[in-house]
Design a binder for this molecule. Structure first.
Ligand code: ZN
Length: 511
């Protein structure tokens, strides 16, 4: 059995190597590649993903998994080998269910749709891409159909990104969240808006980049195992625990842009860098789900990076980096500016509080599209109606409305949005558990020491990689099932104080 296990690990290691090589090509494409390189790069990337898929779904891997299954049963559930066998079986099952002819058809349609969408968005012309989107909905339904045994058409698509989550578990969670958020957002919308002028005073790029480096290092990002570049859409990418890179976007007229992208992406990177070296180069290296990954970026970006203890240390240093701009701006003014709440049209620019409303609108609409209860032609009206209802704003055109996100137009419909809100919900529960274990975390933060929190996250989340399903990881780390209560308590306390609407009902502990 030892030999068979070693053989399986070797094959899966090769799958990971091919995926990492494809990731390096992608990194290069986004940060370095000259524009004329696109068509050769497309071919090279397609070759690598085909080889990786072929190897993962090979009969050899299937046979080894069958032969090793009884042995896996005898191992302790949480050991690396048992976890590898569980996760490899799941990956193999999913990868072998979808015919490669379908993947080719879908991928050709996706590239074409992306091109049409780019022009349609530019022209704010939804009808131009409507036929393509109809076909995407059809293909997404067909993709879901390859995975029988689910209760809802969207479930297998959610399973791909957030394993263990279903429409039936997400709907009540989101409903509870919306019930808590709506009155909070409404009360705050009636308050005087926060003064955000100090973030828009003009900040030279080089100094912003230098401050981001300082900030990232203090949080725990190891530049000898990472690298930062500039890209229009910030992201993090891992080629192994010792090479985790990220990008930020810097705008001279908006200080928050680079600061919070740097902290957000550092959160993603710390997760990848914190995976146990024993798992490096294998199937279990990397984050377990979209939601869990997003929980780590949001925890650092929002719960830590928009908190008073964090800036108690960093703000005097930020003032030192930008004396002309911030000398006369008090910490409290800056703190209020970075936590300003304003119902808005664009998800990616939304504040911490209203962000989830954007996500839940998309989640509901994609469920309806796939269920067949909403037609693509009615989608823009449904979108606008929900924005009016949930956020009190109406897009002036489809560019600021239904066409704003790439997800439905460069991928499939279903499965990609719930992770953002799940991440916020998980982040609060995880942070609460860390605080309970180390009540000195915030005190340490005030002195610029992030290692107490980082150490706890490494021990309870990062090092496990993909070993446990998200729900199991949450339970192991926090001692409780996933709940929106810690998140609602966090938001109500923070924003109640900020906007002086402190008499809001704060939900009690989860029962
Ligand atoms: Zn993220």
């Amino acid at each position: 059995m030892r030999e068979k296990l070693a053989e399986l690990k070797r094959l899966l290691g090769e799958v990971s190597d091919l995926n990492a090589a494809a990731a390096v090509l992608y990194w290069d494409q986004v940060t370095q590649m000259p524009p004329q390189g696109a068509s050769a790069r497309g071919r090279q990337s397609a070759t690598l993903s085909r080889l990786s898929h072929q190897l993962l779904t090979s009969p050899q891997v299937g046979r080894l998994l069958d032969e090793l299954a009884p042995y896996g049963e005898t191992l302790p559930h949480d050991c690396d080998e048992a976890s590898l066998l569980r996760v490899a079986r799941r990956d193999w099952d999913r990868a072998t269910k979808v015919p490669s002819s379908f993947i080719a058809e879908l991928s050709a349609h996706q590239s074409e749709t992306y091109e049409v969408w780019s022009r349609a968005k530019e022209a704010a012309d939804f009808p131009r891409v409507a036929e393509h989107l109809k076909r995407t909905v059809e293909l997404s339904r067909r993709l879901a159909g390859f995975f029988p045994g689910f209760d809802h058409i969207v479930d297998p698509l959610i399973e791909e990104h957030d394993p263990g989550m279903t429409v039936a578990t997400l709907r009540p969670l989101f409903a509870e969240l919306r019930m808590g958020l709506a009155p909070l957002v409404e009360r705050i919308a009636a308050c005087d808006p926060a003064d955000e002028a100090c973030l828009h005073l003009g900040y030279p790029r080089a100094e912003q980049a230098a401050f981001c480096t300082f900030l990232q290092k203090r949080i725990g990002y190891d530049f000898s195992r990472g690298r930062r570049e500039i890209s229009p859409h910030p992201f993090t990418i891992s080629f192994g625990v010792n090479d985790v890179r990220l990008t930020v976007r810097i705008r001279e007229d908006d200080l928050g842009e680079a600061l919070f992208a740097a902290i957000h992406e550092t959160g993603h990177a710390l997760y990848e860098m914190g995976v146990s070296p024993d798992l490096d180069g294998g199937l279990l290296a990397g984050g377990v789900s979209s939601g869990m990954h997003e929980s780590q970026s949001r925890l650092w970006e929002n719960i830590v990076g928009r908190s008073r203890p964090f800036w108690a240390f960093f703000y005097p240093r930020l003032q030192g980096a930008f004396p002309g701009q911030l000398d006369d701006v008090a910490l409290e003014t800056f703190y209020r500016a970075i936590n300003a709440v304003r119902p808005s049209l664009i998800r990616t620019e939304a504040d911490e509080l209203t962000y989830n409303l954007h996500v839940m609108i998309r989640f509901d609409l994609e469920c309806q599209l796939l269920e067949g209860s909403l037609s693509v032609l009615d989608l823009p009206d449904a979108w606008n109606a929900r924005y009016e209802q949930d956020l009190g704003v109406t897009p002036p055109s489809d560019r600021e409305g239904v066409l704003q996100d790439v997800h439905w137009f460069g991928g499939i419909v279903g499965g990609a949005f719930q992770g953002y809100t799940l991440g916020n919900v998980m982040a609060a529960q995880i942070h609460g558990a860390a605080l309970a274990a180390h009540p000195n975390i915030e005190h340490d933060m005030e002195h610029g020491r992030c290692d107490t929190l980082l150490g706890w996250l490494g021990e309870h989340i990062y090092r496990h990689g993909r070993k446990f399903q998200p729900e199991e990881l949450i339970r192991r780390a926090t001692g409780a099932p996933l709940s929106v209560r810690p998140y609602m308590r966090y938001l109500a306390t923070k924003y109640g104080e900020l906007y002086n609407v402190g008499d809001l009902a704060v939900p009690g502990p989860s029962s």
